[in-house]
Structure formats: C-alpha cells, structure tokens
Design a protein. Structure first.
Length: 97
C-alpha cells in the first residue's frame, strides 16, 4: 500500500502530523537508508524501510474480525467473571483468518 511518509509515521504513533513533518525536515527520517526531507514522499508499506534516528518503524495493518458471539459470552475485552469475545478468538484462529 502506498502512503505519504508523514501519514505512515502518524499511523504508527510516532507523533502528530506537524511533529512528524518537523522530524522529516530536520533530516531525522530515512527511507531505504536515504535521508528524506519531503513529508509528502510516497512510501510502500510492504517494501520500504522507514527509520527515525536509525530506529526502524514497521507498518502494521489493522485486522478486522466478524464474530457470531455465542450466548453467555460478553462483548468486552476483559471481564473477571464471564468469558469474553477475546477469549474465544485464539491465536491459531487469528492466524487462519
């Protein structure tokens, strides 16, 4: 997926759009080992290697799940008494999706 460099870094919670643009202009950001100064530069989230001060920033896509919630399972991420929807989605099932 192609994204603007500043959006890429904001999506990965590296700062606000303005702070990220400032980092880029101060030459703290590199793409594929080349220092960049343009926040609008398009990067490929699957191929390009983006770094801030030499620290690699990977891009993680969100995963969405559709679930037929069984009766007796609560629609919460944590609960001390009842089974939750998170409890019924095991790591193996997540990998199979």
């Amino acid at each position: 997926m192609q994204l603007r460099l500043d959006k890429y870094l904001c999506d990965m919670q590296e700062g606000t759009r303005s702070t990220v643009k400032d980092m880029i202009r101060k030459q703290r950001v590199s793409v594929n080992d080349i220092v960049v100064t343009r926040p609008e530069l398009k990067v490929n989230t699957d191929i390009d290697i983006v770094c801030i001060d030499g620290r690699q920033i990977g891009y993680f896509h969100y995963e969405y799940y559709m679930l037929n919630k069984p009766q007796g399972v609560v629609s919460a991420t944590t609960d001390k008494t009842d089974k939750t929807v998170i409890d019924i989605i095991t790591d193996k099932k997540r990998k199979d999706l």
